[in-house]
Design a protein. Structure first.
Length: 90
């Protein structure tokens, strides 16, 4: 059963590369750029099952955004975000 599920995932899943945050930093620097920051795009916010409920309530939204700002550059949890972004300069 596991082999069938794995075969399905491999055939269905997108063709992409999952960067570890330090791999992305190294890739940016290898391209001749100075890596300023690696940021989490969603951070832990994407894990909320009731995200829309939090987002629609102004107080909850403000607290969520504040938490995301606190955590967006924390190296130990960058990989928790579904997407990360490199900020670099020449």
């Amino acid at each position: 059963m596991l082999a069938v599920a794995l075969a399905f995932i491999l055939c269905y899943f997108t063709k992409t590369f999952f960067h570890h945050p330090e791999e992305l930093r190294a890739e940016v620097e290898e391209a001749g750029l100075h890596s300023d920051k690696i940021l989490a795009i969603e951070g832990a916010g994407w894990l909320l099952q009731n995200f829309q409920e939090h987002w629609n309530d102004v107080g909850r939204r403000d607290r969520l955004l504040e938490a995301i700002r606190w955590l967006e550059t924390e190296p130990s949890i960058l990989g928790m975000s579904a997407h990360i972004m490199a900020v670099a300069r020449k």
